[in-house]
Structure formats: structure tokens, C-alpha cells
Ligand binder design. Structure first.
Ligand code: MRU
Length: 369
């Protein structure tokens, strides 16, 4: 997508410096800073400390990390160690192990002198595929929004509620849940996005709002607790969220707070869709509520908020008593019964064990990123 008219991806290989570059998302929305990743350690830190985040981007970054490891030392032991290190950075997004397994399969079957070149080509391919996948999700989601616009909401914008950031910054480009939004905006459909701020890291307030304003998409940032009220007032036509891991029974794991939005949507008859690339379906996970590992992040994310002062200084301030204990589960699981449908790169499907088991043999063997 574009920043001030210049096309950007969230991760890219800079051919002049021969470095892997990423946008440091910790700095947004205050400044656009790009950093290079030169080692496996750099890559692991960037993922763990969330300079890069969002399930598909975590996978893409790990793929480049495997290239960096292979370039440094193509031995089996180094490559396996790098994969283990990268795998331990964040536990919930399935795209991480998916991308690492793909890279390992390519790298380990080659003689050592061919490994680095193949790893680079494959990391590039994985990123390009992710862009295509998201474009397809965007097209299917656009068709859905067009239908809604034509049938249900002709005199006001379509009001979409989203949680966290499932935009282009969370992927290599386009985004998952926001791809239909960008496409609808391009198609001239009148849309407005309710952006959940998404405590504690505020990916909605800092990243989704930043993406939408950069593209001129009408949006309003709301507190995480406002969604239910907006739905009761009839101000939400559809909820669109991403997914970090989708189970075989259609349960969707996404940023903590998603489940509460789905409950409110269900109670108010608001359709609730999750945008799910095939690579985000964990075919080995039968039941999302019981089987998906939920990341618990540092207490400091709850205790402190970061903002910019009137003098333009970025500061962190504490908002809890010093001695209160805090908990920080970073994801939750929305049971499939609350999910109207999954917008995938291969079409919109029902979020159910029955539907997913029918498509599993085809998709599991050929899942794009
Ligand atoms: O903790 P984060 O910022 O990595 O969480 C991101 C999300 O929850 C996104 O909604 C999810 O990765 C889907 S993004 C395409």
C-alpha cells in the first residue's frame, strides 16, 4: 500500500544494501522508521518485541530469518537451531511454524552450498504469495460488502467494526480483514470503520487508524468497550476481524477482545466475519477453545501506556498502582457458533467442522501464505 504516494510493503529485501528491511511498528503512528534485520537474533527480537507483528507478517519475517541463518552458516545444526529460536518468539500465530516448516523443507533437502540462494528465493516467494492471498481475500470480502451495500444499507455508509490491526501492516501487503475495506474504498463504496483501540498495545488506535487515514478511509477510533453499545444502536453493519489461528472446527483465535465483539454481534444480529488465509488454519487443531496456545505478554504492556506529549515527546506513563498485579493474555478464541463466515483466499466458507473437514484434504496440502 502507499505511504505519501510511495508504495511500501511491511517487509522487503533492499537490493542496494542487500538487507532485509521492515517498518518498525512500535514507532507508529508517531514516526515512520524502517530498520534492517541482519541476523537471526535481530529477527527474533523484532518478532518478540513486536517491531513486526500480525500473523502473516510474523511468518514472512521468520522466513527471512531462516535466510539470514542459512547465509551465516548453512549447516543442519545451525539451521535447526535458528528455526527453534524463531519458533519460540510468539506462540499463538500458526503462520510462524507454518513458514518455518516450509523453509526447513526447502533448505534441508539441498546440499549446503545451494542452501542460502534457495532460502532467499523462497522467502521472497512466500512474501509474494502472501500479497496474492490477501488480494484474493480482499476480492471475496469486497463482493460481500457490495452485496450488503446493494441490499441492506443504501442510504448510509456501511459501518464496519474491526479489532486490532489486520491491515497491510499485519501482513506483507493489503492485510486480511482490511483488504476488503481498501478494495471497497477503491471501488467507491461508502464505508466507515469503527476502530477498536485494542488495549493494551493499541494496535487499532495506532496502526489501523494510521493505515485508514493514510488511505482516506472514513474511520472513528472507539474504546474497546464501546462495540456492544454501537451494535445495540444499529451503528454496526458487519464485524470484520483477522485470525492468528483457526481450528478445524472453525473456532477463530484473534487479539484478546475479539470474542466479546462476537458475543455482542451475535446478540444484536450483526454478521461477524473473520478473514482467514489458508495458512492460518491449523489442520492439526481440532478445537480452538481448548487447544490453541494463548500468548501471555509482559505485565508492562498493561501497566504503562505510550503516547506523545504536546511538546512532541514520546513518553510512557504508568496507569496502575505500582503494586497491583496484572495479567496480560494477548489472544482469545471465538467459538465457531458466533462466526458468520470465514473470508478465505479460496472463497467465503462456513466456520464449521463439517465444512472445514470437507476442504481439508485439498487445502492442507496446498495452503498458500
Ligand atoms: O499481537 P499482534 O499485534 O501480532 O496481533 C495481531 C492480530 O491479532 C491480528 O488480528 C491477526 O494477526 C490477524 S492479522 C492479519
Amino acid at each position: 500500500m502507499k505511504i505519501n504516494g510511495e508504495h511500501f510493503r511491511s517487509i522487503w529485501f533492499d537490493h542496494d544494501s542487500e538487507q532485509v528491511m521492515v517498518i518498525d511498528q512500535r514507532e507508529l503512528p508517531f514516526s515512520l522508521k524502517c530498520i534492517s534485520l541482519n541476523t537471526v537474533d535481530d529477527t527474533s527480537i523484532a518478532i518478540n518485541q513486536m517491531a513486526v507483528r500480525g500473523a502473516p507478517l510474523i511468518g514472512a519475517t521468520a522466513a527471512w530469518g531462516m535466510w539470514l541463518a542459512t547465509k551465516h552458516d548453512p549447516s543442519d545444526s545451525n539451521i535447526m537451531q535458528a528455526a527453534e529460536q524463531l519458533e519460540s518468539t510468539r506462540p499463538t500465530a500458526i503462520n510462524l511454524s507454518w513458514a518455518l516448516n516450509r523453509m526447513l523443507t526447502i533448505i534441508l533437502e539441498l546440499p549446503q552450498h545451494e542452501r542460502a540462494k534457495a532460502a532467499k528465493q523462497h522467502a521472497e516467494k512466500l512474501c509474494d504469495e502472501n500479497v496474492e492471498t490477501n488480494k484474493r481475500i480482499g476480492d471475496y470480502g469486497l463482493a460481500l460488502l457490495k452485496k450488503m451495500f446493494a441490499t441492506t444499507v443504501s442510504i448510509k455508509p456501511i459501518n464496519i467494526l474491526t479489532h486490532c490491526n489486520a491491515g497491510w501492516l499485519a501482513t506483507v501487503d493489503w492485510g486480511t480483514a482490511l483488504a476488503p475495506v481498501f478494495k471497497a474504498h477503491e471501488a467507491g463504496i461508502d464505508i466507515h470503520v469503527w476502530v477498536d483501540e485494542t488495549r493494551p498495545r493499541n494496535q487499532g488506535a495506532s496502526l489501523t487508524a494510521w493505515e485508514l487515514q493514510a488511505h482516506g478511509v472514513a474511520h472513528t477510533v472507539v474504546t474497546d468497550n464501546a462495540g456492544g453499545h454501537l451494535m445495540q444502536e444499529g451503528q454496526v453493519d458487519v464485524c470484520l476481524v483477522g485470525s492468528d489461528r483457526t481450528a478445524r472446527n472453525g473456532d477463530v483465535c484473534n487479539k484478546v477482545g475479539t470474542y466479546l465483539k462476537a458475543l455482542a454481534a451475535f446478540d444484536n444480529g450483526v454478521p461477524f466475519y473473520a478473514a482467514v488465509p489458508s495458512s492460518t488454519i491449523d489442520w492439526s487443531c481440532q478445537d480452538g477453545v481448548n487447544d490453541i496456545p494463548i500468548e501471555h505478554r509482559p505485565d508492562s504492556e498493561v501497566r504503562f501506556v505510550t503516547g506523545i506529549t504536546n511538546k512532541g515527546i514520546i513518553e510512557q506513563v504508568r496507569i496502575t498502582p505500582e503494586t497491583s498485579s496484572v495479567a496480560n493474555p494477548a489472544f482469545d478464541v471465538t467459538p465457531s457458533r458466533l462466526v458468520t463466515g470465514l473470508i478465505t483466499d479460496q472463497g467465503i466458507i462456513e466456520a464449521s467442522a463439517e465444512t472445514l473437514s470437507k476442504i481439508c484434504p485439498r487445502w492442507a496440502s496446498n495452503a498458500p501464505s
